[in-house]
Design a protein around this ligand. Structure first.
Ligand SMILES: [Fe+2]
Ligand SMILES: [Fe+2]
Length: 318
């Protein structure tokens, strides 16, 4: 959910003064306190955050249908309810900035939605859902915790307490069932590994481009968030690599003794075959190509969002 602001920073004394105030720890309570630039960066961040909560719903849909037990079905359905609740929290805030939730959720062209690749692929089964909770919800959680702890717009920061509380359940649920399926039988163990192989690079990319490539740093300058892309990615790696190693799951990353950091075993961006869901670690693509893929979205993006607009979910899923 790392956004790319659309305009250059305006070198205006009011903007600079606000950047100084938030840097010193000041938190805004009301939109009237905002400068135009701050307003744009904040609204853009919340807009993306809201979209990303909603698009998780269609990804869970196949897994709800095929969940092995009623308990599993309920567990995924309640995670979906949580995610929609998270979106609701952000929509309510966005209404203060003139957003119309009805239009935003049900009438907006699916092409206009902001999605991240990690949240575009429908989970093919329950194992893929718990892998995505263990690795993907954890990535999401790291970004929303950063916002809760650092965001200079206090109402947004406060609203994320409930969101983050629930995300810890998603991550814990994922961890527990990833371990369970790893130990259940050979087939389920293979399926866990296969799902991690697909999800790991998607989750590592969730945090955006490396810091050295990032030209627009408004989110940090206005303290909408506190940590950089690489800092958050490092935090995620420092959790998922030891977890995976403790279970026995292979991941394309390791702790580098020399630098004292966790590092990827490949140099992103790399090529993904969407049909087979396999990464070619030796086939680098250009960043221009990666940006194009992120912007357009996968082949699942538009059909998934269209489903949200047209389908009577409750009746169909059961
Ligand atoms: Fe969420
Ligand atoms: Fe979640």
């Amino acid at each position: 959910m790392v956004s790319q602001p659309v305009q250059p920073v305006v070198d205006d004394p009011r903007e600079a003064a606000l950047r100084e105030r938030v840097k010193a720890g000041y938190q805004l309570e009301d939109p009237t306190e905002m400068t135009p630039r701050y307003h744009d960066v904040l609204v853009n961040t919340m807009h993306i955050a809201a979209d990303l909560e909603v698009v998780t719903l269609p990804t869970y849909s196949p897994a709800i249908r095929t969940a092995p037990t009623l308990e599993d079905k309920i567990a995924i359905a309640s995670a979906c309810q949580d995610e929609l609740g998270h979106a609701q929290v952000i929509y309510r805030l966005l209404e203060e900035f003139g957003y119309d939730t009805q239009y935003f959720l049900f009438e907006r062209d699916p092409h206009e939605w902001r999605t991240f690749q990690m949240l575009e692929f429908p989970h093919e089964d329950y194992i893929e859902s718990v892998v995505s909770m263990c690795y993907g919800d954890r990535a999401g959680y790291i970004t929303t915790v950063d916002l809760e702890e650092n965001c200079s717009f206090a109402p947004f920061a406060r609203s994320l307490r409930k969101v983050n509380f629930e995300e810890t359940f998603h991550v814990a649920h994922g961890e527990r069932w990833v371990k369970f399926f790893w130990n259940l039988n050979e087939r389920s163990r293979e399926r866990v590994q296969e799902s991690v192989d697909f999800y790991f690079p998607l989750c590592a990319a969730w945090f955006g481009v490396p810091d050295e490539m990032k030209k627009r740093t408004d989110q940090l300058a206005y303290k909408i968030r506190g940590a950089s892309n690489d800092q958050m990615r490092q935090k995620w790696l420092s959790q998922v690599v030891p977890f995976s190693e403790s279970v026995g799951i292979r991941v394309p990353a390791h702790f580098d003794e020399d630098s004292g950091h966790f590092v990827l075993d490949y140099e992103p961006p790399i090529h993904l075959d969407e049909q087979t869901r396999t990464w070619d670690y030796d086939r680098r693509i250009s960043w221009a190509e990666q940006f194009r893929i992120w912007k357009t979205g996968s082949r699942h993006k538009v059909p998934s969002i269209s489903r949200l607009h047209h389908e009577a979910w409750g009746a169909d899923l059961w």
